[in-house]
Design a protein around this ligand. Structure first.
Ligand SMILES: NC(=O)c1ccc[n+]([C@@H]2O[C@H](COP(=O)([O-])OP(=O)(O)OC[C@H]3O[C@@H](n4cnc5c(N)ncnc54)[C@H](O)[C@@H]3O)[C@@H](O)[C@H]2O)c1
Length: 358
């Protein structure tokens, strides 16, 4: 296992947790969020180790102008019981961020056993080794997708209807185990419930790319994007840099906590498409498809003796999200800073440069 070179004293950097330099493990380090988290932690002078099984991530996510993390990422699966046990025993991490996970909803829905194995059991494997080796704080990448059944907005952390689909259930169960370990052993664990995250390195090439990455990709190539339903569905978005700023502020909080990482503002598909089109100087009317088209690349979900129920699909496609971020503001003195316009401008710049280099 190689260790990322340390970069102490970066101008303007603030070292959290009383200024102590921490030894930190980031799982899912080669992914969209994990890569940028590694970079930010390293810029703040911490010793950062990355781990990824590369099932989704790629090396481009960990190459930055001031540092290339590619040789420093350990290729390992968070489910590897012997490997993770040996790693924790050897490295004695102070902080562990579990950012690894199977994020695309349809991938989880079409392979539920794998989804539970990675998103839930993989996390439990980390928790148990963190317990044995004295990790000071564990931060789990959770999701506001677990609010899919909620009807009260803005949604607060403490009150919501349990989810239905596989992906949010894997994360919901993961949170239950986080609380179990915190309550049983007195461990410090924070579950960050991310809203829809966007930023440079968002994956626009995977089978079912996130909406922001897909929209920019289609505009870049001058193609007509296919959106689902009428485009008036509204979601809460958070810029990746704002998310990371909060993720680095939670280390001193004892016990268990679950925190919304959201802007408490939402935008419709049509609104975001209008902003992106203007910023990219494109004028391509979008095509709006029926909800059933949403997971067209996953026919297995519609087939079998029991296909996915149309009302569940409709609900997912038209889901409304708005997450209260008062808890994050009051307890951690955090607030999102990047406006949607500025955030999208940065993603467009990064994604177009990446696509131009393909
Ligand atoms: N992006 C979002 O909008 C969003 C919203 C809510 C929650 N999340 C959660 O945040 C985390 C990161 O999301 P992302 O958008 O960066 O996704 P991503 O797919 O870009 O990154 C996830 C990384 O985890 C790695 N990984 C998957 N299974 C693994 C395993 N078994 N062992 C080791 N590594 C493994 C992948 O290779 C990938 O590099 C995920 O857990 C996701 O569920 C993301």
């Amino acid at each position: 296992m190689k260790e990322a070179t340390q970069q102490p004293g970066v101008a303007g950097a603030t070292t959290p947790a009383g200024g102590a330099r921490m030894k930190i493990l980031v799982t899912g380090a080669a992914g969209f969020i994990g890569g940028q988290l590694c970079h930010a932690l390293w810029q703040n002078g911490h010793t950062v180790m990355g781990l990824d099984n590369y099932s989704y991530g790629n090396a481009d996510n960990v190459r930055f102008d001031d540092h290339d993390f590619t040789p420093d990422i350990l290729k390992m699966d968070i489910r590897d019981m012997a490997g993770i046990a040996a790693l924790f025993e050897q490295e004695k991490f102070d902080i562990v961020y579990n950012i690894a996970g199977i994020a695309p909803l349809p991938d989880c829905q079409s392979n539920p056993v794998e989804a539970v194995a990675v998103n839930t059991l993989g996390l439990v494997n980390l928790l148990e080794n963190a317990r044995r080796t004295g990790v000071k704080h564990i931060i789990q990448a959770s999701t506001n997708a677990m609010y899919e059944g909620e009807t009260v907005f803005p949604t607060v952390e403490t009150s919501f209807a349990p989810p239905t689909l596989i992906y949010p259930n894997t994360k919901y169960c993961a949170e239950r185990f986080c609380q179990s370990f915190a309550d049983t052993y007195g461990m410090n664990i924070t579950c960050l419930r991310f809203a829809n995250v966007y930023g440079p390195h968002i994956d626009c090439l995977r089978k079912q790319p996130p909406f922001v990455g897909y929209m920019i990709r289609e505009l870049y190539y001058g193609r007509t994007p296919q959106f689902h339903s009428d485009g008036n569905q509204r979601r809460d978005y958070i810029y990746v840099e704002d998310l990371i700023a909060l993720a680095m502020r939670v280390w001193d909080r004892p016990g268990f906590d679950a925190v919304n990482v959201s802007s408490n503002t939402n935008y419709s598909v049509r609104e975001l498409y209008a902003i992106a089109s203007r910023l990219m100087h494109k004028d391509i009317p979008a095509e709006y498809c029926p909800p059933a088209h949403y997971w067209a690349k996953y026919p297995e979900l519609y087939g079998g003796a029991y296909g996915i129920r149309p009302e569940i699909l409709d609900h997912e496609v038209n889901k409304y999200s708005l997450c209260d971020n008062t808890h994050a503001k009051e307890l951690y003195g955090w607030e999102p800073k990047v406006t949607i316009e500025e955030g999208l401008r940065r993603v467009i710049e990064a994604e177009c440069a990446m696509l131009a280099g393909l």
